[in-house]
Design a protein around this ligand. Sequence first.
Ligand SMILES: N[C@@H](CCC(=O)N[C@@H](CS)C(=O)NCC(=O)O)C(=O)O
Length: 200
Amino acid sequence: MKLIYSGASPFVRKVNVVMHETGQVDDIELIEVMTTPVATPSEVRAANPIGKIPALIRSDGPAIYDSRVICRYLDDRAGAGLYPGESLWEILTLEATADGLMDAAVLMVYEGRVRPDHLIYSEWVEAQWQKVCGALDALEQRWISHLNGPLNMGQIAVGCALGYLDFRHGARNWRAGRGALDDWYAVFSDRASMTASAPA
Ligand SMILES: N[C@@H](CCC(=O)N[C@@H](CS)C(=O)NCC(=O)O)C(=O)O
């Protein structure tokens, strides 16, 4: 199989962490690309009509895309149990919260890097940051107890989302007032799969 990837993408990192945690690193070749909403490499478009990464090209079926689909596929393939049935809906909601945070945080980066200076809309950027803060507050206040226990997909997604904030939005100090989440991430980010997949 081939994974269309970029080391900077938090969505790709979710897949990468699952690959490490489930022992599938050697089964998947990495194809590195640079993609933005206004410059989609042909191999990305060929694998995913939406033009986003990650996309997984399988040898025994059509390419699959969206990190949520790929992570679930890899979990199923390895029988890894990252979506235990008794807490499935909580885990999927945690993953959705982390993915929503990443969507907003990634859009902020595109706004600064891709959009011409005279078109930058700072109110829109701040509104994206408010979405990030809403997700962080929900994690701190409502979801923190669900982040403990055996490894699951919700934890992986949240770990990748927080790692992306450190990578791209460090100056905004997401930790302020969110001590429980900070403590959780300090431990989680030390996992071998997280250090092996850290964005450079
Ligand atoms: N919902 C998608 C989001 C993926 C995504 O936004 N990827 C970004 C890179 S971090 C991308 O490919 N952006 C290119 C674009 O927006 O056209 C997933 O979970 O895979």
